[in-house]
Design a protein around this ligand. Structure first.
Ligand code: ADP
Length: 162
């Protein structure tokens, strides 16, 4: 049984996140998308809202033999992964600028939970510049972000900004 935790803020879910998830579906029997509840980050969506948005998007995706679930969590990612009995933590990597942060997080998580391996996946080229924070910024200034987030995410963002 290969089980992975895909942790992140997902504020909101982007096409980059989704691309990472899709690439991981054939690799695992079960993937838990862990939405980090971190109020200090002053998120656009609450953790519950982020979970609902992801579930809504997942409903339109064929996840094959992999079972995908969504849940929020707070505290240490390594502890949460261990509580799930996950074998792996999935992280996406974009430009080289992600590397330094991911390296220190991975080594710290390995120290905390040596039995859990972090696996890195690269998204498709067209999403290599996509981040939730950049998209929120562009959206708030009236820029078009179609295609860079699932359709239901744009709807949720429009509702938020009303
Ligand atoms: P965090 O605050 O933990 O970085 P994010 O929601 O920003 O949470 O990202 C979750 C994971 O998805 C991270 O591993 C991040 O590098 C990855 N990710 C986000 N956007 C992309 C993208 N466009 N391409 C590849 N990986 C991505």
């Amino acid at each position: 049984m290969r089980k992975a935790l895909f942790p992140g803020s997902f504020d909101p879910l982007t096409s980059g996140h989704l691309d990472i998830l899709k690439r991981c579906l054939p690799l695992f029997d079960e993937i838990v998308i862990g939405v980090l509840n971190n109020p200090e980050k002053n998120p656009m969506f609450t953790a519950d809202e982020r979970c609902s948005i992801i579930k809504e998007t997942l409903a339109s995706i064929d996840s094959g033999d992999c079972s995908v679930t969504v849940t929020s969590f707070s505290g240490l990612t390594a502890e949460f992964a261990r509580s799930l009995s996950a074998n792996a933590i999935i992280r996406g990597i974009r430009a080289i600028s992600d590397y330094e942060y991911e390296l220190k997080m991975t080594l710290m998580n390995r120290r905390l939970a040596p039995e859990i391996e972090t696996v890195f996946v690269m998204a498709a080229e067209e999403y290599s510049f996509v981040s939730s924070s950049l998209l929120k910024q562009v959206f708030s200034l009236g820029g078009k972000i179609d295609g860079l987030v699932p359709r239901n995410v744009i709807d949720a963002m429009n509702r938020k900004s009303l």
